[in-house]
Design a protein around this ligand. Sequence first.
Ligand code: PLP
Ligand code: COI
Length: 354
Amino acid sequence: MDTLINDIEVIKTKKTKIHDVDFDNLSFGKTFSDHMLECDYKDGKWQAPKVVPYAPISLDPSAKIFHYGQSVFEGMKAYKDENDNVLLFRPIDNFKRLNISSKRLAMPELPEAYFMEGLKALLKVDSDWIPKNDGSSLYIRPFVFATGKGFHASPADEYKFVIATAPSGSYFAGKVKVLIEEKYSRSANGGVGFAKAGGNYAGQFYPTQLAIEKGYQQVIWTDDNTHEYIEEAGAMNIFIRINDTLITGPTSDRILDGITRKSIIELAEAEGIPVEVRKISVSEVVTAAKNGTLKEMFGAGTAAVISPIAGFGYKDEDFDLPELENTYASSLKKRITDIQTNKSEDPFGWRYNV
Ligand code: PLP
Ligand code: COI
């Protein structure tokens, strides 16, 4: 299936926007770099990818993305070390997950070379857009969506693969409090929860808005069947520390198999932290919060990195987490970001030099 691409056509912008950007005050995903990668699927195959100036995309009103939501995406980051080497973190895992998502939505899978060589070509042209300040990076958003026309409710015959990038700072602006959901569901058995499908996020927005109105930033989803078990948050997987043990729920066809999550599990085990991957009931978390054994909760994801959770709400009760001096969240965050940015050895082989 792999096709090697020798030369990716690059059409450069006539005017860079980089001088308008304040790299010391970056928010998340709001400023876009000069170029994007674009690649069309038609006549049953992927056409040659191109790097082009970042610009709006024009679509037919009957394009199936608008009606039937065939759209999947990925989230990655590029970093620069002090010698200006451009680095990625486990990018092949993102590539594989994009294809897993596409397959579930009856969309064509991409050859690895189109993804990897296309991404490298884009990063080469826009390498000045990769921030070097601590805590900032170039957020990379690869996505595939249906451009094929028609109101018939069936898979499209044409698609577009795009990689857009955005120099970004932290995903969350302040303290993160979460609401454990007791009514709505993000995903169901046999559904598309494990896929990074656009519709999974659209479905979360309304319940998340309700949570925001109550003073929480994210919803922690519970299983759709009983709402008794913790699944994941809107944009990150969840870790819970009870006494000294770090616990995270198992992945399933309802949960995104996070690359940060699996890296944290390996890192924690290597540090000698007791780790359990098992179902976590809401009542276990509430009991631990009440008897003082709940020490930490944090979210893990590409955008979120490791985001400590300051408190949670459940059924009209509010619980604050203790403010510990040495947290697993801060030590694991340092371990993972040091590997990502080449400040430490990478015994796992996760770092990828572009
Ligand atoms: N869960 C959801 C719903 C997400 O959107 C993300 C972000 O990508 C994650 C978990 C974390 O996944 P990863 O660590 O691969 O970014
Ligand atoms: C990421 O962490 O890269 C994601 O895709 C989460 C997104 C909702 C910002």
